[in-house]
Design a protein around this ligand. Structure first.
Ligand SMILES: Cc1cc2nc3c(=O)[nH]c(=O)nc-3n(C[C@H](O)[C@H](O)[C@H](O)COP(=O)(O)OP(=O)(O)OC[C@H]3O[C@@H](n4cnc5c(N)ncnc54)[C@H](O)[C@@H]3O)c2cc1C
Length: 489
């Protein structure tokens, strides 16, 4: 079929793209893997980076090291456009012609048109988000510790998390442990009762895609950790210094964390592919784009449908299994053989609430507490890429567990003195001040790095319902009070 070695271009070194690249690495193919980062990120533990529990190097691994053996050529490049007719990918590093293309670009935050969400909240989708959020939390305590004005102190010490899916639940639990453990020991001047962690969820329960009993367990354990949980609560507006809810109530805060939704990169639709709910690309059961058999889409970006006719959840097991499937599928396509359909083998769902507490829906049963927590920890360590990362995570966890400490809570010089310089700790306001500081310095405020970078457009409130969500809750939605998108396994 091909007169020369077929050129395969893979966009995205996440779970699906990397797994496919590794599987094809020893084939007689000219493979180029593109990613805007030179590292692969283990997203299920990203919230721990934002909660100063793990460092970024614990959960990320250089792609070039992973692909040392084999024939995959890696380019650190940000894909900006694709011409599907000419079969060329355009990135900031040039042009990449292909015979077969795999799009595995993951997802970006979805703000559902909630006013101010993109500008003033911290999403938690990428490393670009986790590090500024960690810095934000740590620096709010520095500011609060010498803030004489009670109202300003309240805004510094109030943390609102929007979305009661797994990421919201996991981050709320981890933040509570960080604050009520080491941070308040570091700042004895701050009374415990002045700190508020508020988790808001639009539906009537947490972890909506799991069994209601597990959601109730998560609620109870979070409340025991001093997290205020508000169900049936919709966010209508996020301001530089607060959040407004649909029931007319407002909360003064400098820090809003957005875990309420994700979507496919909206540019993919602009480039000409048909997208379904939340910007996911419509694919055949084989993961090929209808009418373009040379284009495959996998992972969060693909709107593949399961046995029940519902879109598959945007979770790591789907992406990994699709990545493996694509090895066979791409080879079949190149031979001119029929391309097999992808069949998902659902391993179940897990979410962690904090020390000794998790929920698990696996092996046909439902588990809570210590057993679920151990299972969660074992599975996550086993899935990490690289022996070193597994060891680092285990050592960090053991340290945190034994000493009730957090070893990575540094506000680094680059945080204080980077472009924008808004982290001078001389007091002052919230996001508006940060944005103003950035403008004054002629550069982006470090605190805002990554925010809005994804270019999420926001959709209708209905779009809050993430199709086929595995854990985050597949029902309800509304203005935004949940993160139904992220599942666990
Ligand atoms: C905070 C968080 C927690 C999660 N927790 C869990 C969990 O506990 N369990 C679970 O099963 N799932 C979890 N998930 C979901 C899981 O991580 C995703 O479903 C999975 O990573 C999707 O894999 P993917 O291959 O589609 O994309 P990703 O793994 O997201 O990788 C996409 C890659 O594409 C690159 N990329 C994107 N755009 C471009 C571009 N324009 N140019 C070049 N490169 C680009 C990115 O840099 C990235 O490396 C979580 C996700 C998040 C964000």
């Amino acid at each position: 079929m091909y007169t020369s070695v077929p050129r395969v271009v893979i966009v995205g070194a996440g779970f699906s793209g990397l797994w496919a690249a590794q599987g094809l690495a020893h084939e007689d193919l000219d493979i180029t893997l593109l990613d805007r980062n030179n590292f692969h990120t283990f997203y299920p533990l990203l919230y721990q980076v934002a909660a100063a529990e793990l460092g970024p190097t614990d959960i990320a691994y250089p792609v070039r090291s992973i692909l040392r053996e084999g024939r995959v050529r890696f380019r650190m490049a940000d894909v900006q456009r694709i011409d599907f007719d000419a079969r060329v990918v355009y990135s900031n590093e040039g042009e990449h012609p292909y015979d077969v293309l795999l799009l595995a670009m993951g997802s970006v935050p979805a703000f559902f048109g909630v006013e101010g969400a993109e500008e003033y909240s911290y999403p938690l989708r990428d490393m670009d988000h986790a590090l500024p959020l960690r810095r934000e939390v740590l620096s709010r305590f520095e500011k609060a510790s010498f803030e004489p004005d009670a109202a300003r102190r309240e805004a510094h010490l109030t943390f609102v998390i929007v979305g009661g899916g797994p990421t919201g639940v996991e981050y709320a639990g981890a933040l509570a442990e960080l604050i009520h453990g080491p941070l308040l020991k570091d700042y004895p001047i701050i009374p415990r009762d002045e700190v508020r962690i508020l988790l808001v969820e639009g539906s009537d329960r947490l972890l909506g895609a799991m069994h209601p009993r597990l959601g109730r367990y998560a609620l109870e354990r979070l409340r025991a950790r001093r997290v205020e949980v508000e169900l049936n609560t919709m966010v209508t507006r996020i301001r530089p210094d607060g959040v407004d809810f649909a029931d007319g109530i407002s909360v003064q805060t400098d820090t809003v964390v957005w875990t309420a939704g994700i979507q496919g990169d909206p540019r993919v639709g602009v480039w000409g592919l048909e997208t379904g709910g939340l910007g996911r690309v419509v694919v055949e059961p084989s993961l090929q784009v209808p009418g373009r058999p040379e284009v495959f889409v996998a992972g969060d970006l693909a709107r593949a449908v399961g046995d029940d006719g519902e879109p598959l959840p945007q979770v790591a097991p789907v992406a990994m299994q699709q990545g493996k499937h694509l090895v066979t599928a791409i080879k079949a396509h190149l031979r001119g053989d029929p391309v097999p359909d992808f069949v998902y083998d659902d391993p179940g769902m897990l979410a962690v609430i904090g020390r000794n507490n998790a929920v698990a829906q696996v092996f046909g049963g439902r588990f809570t507490g210590f057993a679920a927590w151990v299972l969660w920890a074992l599975i996550h360590v086993a899935k990490l890429v690289g022996f070193r990362n597994r060891m680092l995570v285990l050592v960090n966890w053991a340290w945190n567990y034994v000493f009730y400490e957090r070893s990575v809570r540094l506000i680094l010089p680059v945080d204080r003195n980077g472009p924008g310089g808004e982290l001078d700790l001389g007091g002052g306001g919230g996001a508006a001040e940060r944005v103003a500081a950035a403008g004054a310095e002629g550069g982006p405020a470090p605190v805002d790095e990554g925010r809005g970078k994804a270019g999420a457009e926001g959709g209708s409130a209905d779009a809050v319902i993430r199709d086929g969500a595995a854990v985050g809750g597949a029902e309800a939605g509304g203005a935004a009070g949940r993160r139904p998108e992220d599942g666990q396994a």
